[in-house]
Structures are given as structure tokens and as C-alpha cells.
Design a protein around this ligand. Sequence first.
Ligand code: UGC
Ligand code: NI
Length: 175
Amino acid sequence: MKDAPSPPRSLLARPLTPEAFAPFGDVVSAGLKSGAAANQGTAVRFDWSAKLESDRAGAKPNLAVFRSVPQPLPFTVKLLEHHPRSSQAFLPMRCSRFLVCVAPTDASGGPDLDGLVAFVCGPGQGVNYHRGVWHHPIIALDAPAEFAMLAWEDGSAEDCVVRQFSTTVSVYLGD
Ligand SMILES: NC(=O)N[C@@H](O)C(=O)O
Ligand code: NI
């Protein structure tokens, strides 16, 4: 008999923290480190807030803007992707909450869906996926959102590698 498809799994999203996200990337937010006075004392700047990386000389930094339609919960994860040659940052410009799902890389270089971790991210928090980290495309919650996105791209297939799953994971929030 053909193996029965695995039952969909469910996963509770937890609040984004720098510590929990550290294996996958950086949380980009004011006040996570000491800042320096700027702009004649009217601002504080927090430098080097993310590890930006590109390993292709021919790729160029693409600063894109994403306008996202909010998705209902629970959210079904059916695919993951990664950018093997570049980091990727998402910085909310207009956003309520957004969902970030990441996964470790398995021995074959693919995503380890069993290790999927989901974070609910609030206003004032951005994320920077380190180069090659498997993640779900950015998902806005609650209301339409706009994000600035920064990644190094050259238009080749290596800019973004997608992996579809037959098994799905249903992500929900605790509240
Ligand atoms: N590539 C793209 O358009 N989006 C994804 O990379 C994402 O992480 O949202
Ligand atoms: Ni991406």
C-alpha cells in the first residue's frame, strides 16, 4: 500500500527575539546595541545592525519595496526558499505584524522542515536572513504592509531557490 501522506503538522509562532533568531539571521531594530549620537544630537545611530553578504562579484544590491496583502491564520507553509549567494533583509516601512518562518539546512543542503521555526514580528523589527538560510517568503499579518528588501542579485536562478513540500505545516499564533 502506498505510504499514507504525512498528516499536516502544526507549529506555534513565537515572538521574534535576537537570541532565538540568531542561528538564522539578525533582528534589525533600534536599541539592540549601543548607539552613537548623530544629526547634531537629534538622532542615535545603531551601526552594523546586520551581516549583509554577497559572494558574487557580478551581483548588485537590489533595494526593492514589497507591498504585501495580509494572510489569514493559521498560515499553511507549503514551500521554503533560500538565497544561496546573498543575505536578504526585510525592513517594515508600514506594517502591523508579520510572520517569519525559517528552517535549518539538512545534510543534503535542503531545508529541514522538521526544524521549522516560526516567529511573529512586530512593528520596529526587521529581519536579515543570512546567506543561504531557508525561509518562507515574507508574510504580512493583520493589515496591508510595505517592506524594504535588500539583497544582492544578478538575475540568475541562483538569486532564489525554492523547495516545495508535499507535507504542509500549519502555523498559528498563541493569542
Ligand atoms: N524573492 C522574493 O521575491 N521574495 C522572497 O525572497 C522573500 O523572502 O519574501
Ligand atoms: Ni527570500
